[in-house]
Design a protein around this ligand. Structure first.
Ligand code: CUA
Length: 172
């Protein structure tokens, strides 16, 4: 079979690029241990009251480490915080700078999402699944966590604010 010289060249280049991508994929998974954020546990959304999610909030594990349980629902994040924005009512969560927080988030009703601006947390919240991700808060500042999956009429109201501060009055 005759293959044109240029066609052959482009076939080789295409195969080489695909091969390089596949090698990069294997290297990231097997050598650098890169994992996509994924469901870490299953949970029955109808019986959250019998789990850690019954009392959402920050749990201090000591040594600057926290577990944070959050329930997403139409159309708010229940963070267990007692502090709300006086005008709009969204939760405000205070975290001491330098903390390492393991988020455990689930949905009570429909599919939501959560993303913390300027931090490495972006999870889809599927009912029945627990999303877990550890985030280090190294910078003082105010960061919104927003729902990024369209979840109904008041989707745009579904967010909360994380205040990273020097000396926090975070609930222990
Ligand atoms: Cu919840 Cu959009």
């Amino acid at each position: 079979m005759h293959i044109d010289k240029y066609e052959r060249t482009y076939l080789i280049i295409s195969a080489a690029v695909l091969g390089a991508f596949f090698a990069a994929l294997l290297a990231s998974a097997l050598i650098f241990d890169v994992r996509l954020p994924t469901t870490t546990a299953f949970i029955n959304p109808n019986t959250l009251s019998e789990t850690e999610f019954a009392n959402p909030g920050l749990r201090n594990r000591g040594n600057g480490q926290y577990d944070f349980y959050i329930v997403g629902q139409m159309w708010r994040f229940n963070t267990g915080s007692t502090e709300q924005d006086p005008e709009l009512g969204y939760d405000i969560v205070r975290i001491p700078v330098g903390s390492e927080v393991t988020f455990n988030i689930t949905s009570r009703d429909v599919t939501h999402g959560v993303l913390i601006e300027q931090h490495n947390l972006n999870i889809q919240l599927v009912p029945g699944h627990v999303g877990r991700q550890t985030v280090r808060f190294n910078r003082v500042g105010e960061f919104f966590a927003i729902c990024h999956e369209y979840c109904g009429r008041a989707h745009q109201n579904m967010f909360f604010k994380i205040v990273v501060e020097e000396s926090a009055a975070a609930d222990a």
